[in-house]
Write a protein that binds this ligand. Structure first.
Ligand SMILES: [Zn+2]
Ligand SMILES: [Zn+2]
Length: 76
């Protein structure tokens, strides 16, 4: 058993744990996405959950090829 996290195998956050191997890199921040992480598969690449959290509505729409319409008052 590991003396730092008292688990076997090590807890993933334990400094003694083996370096996790990134399955792929996030296309926005370049950070690795690891087994069990959530991500979004897009036509431009995979985006990690952290980046998804930071995205604005505009960025989301851009991702899906949409854009916000500007509301205009209709002429009577
Ligand atoms: Zn450990
Ligand atoms: Zn990212």
């Amino acid at each position: 058993m590991c003396s730092m996290c008292l688990s076997s195998p090590c807890h993933p956050r334990c400094p003694n744990a083996p370096e996790p191997v990134a399955i792929f890199m996030c296309c926005k921040c370049g950070e690795g996405v690891f087994e069990g992480d959530k991500y979004l598969d897009t036509s431009e690449g995979q985006i990690c959950e952290d980046c998804l959290d930071d995205m604005t509505a505009d960025e989301w729409l851009e991702l899906f090829g949409e854009s916000l319409a500007i509301a205009e008052k209709e002429e009577m």
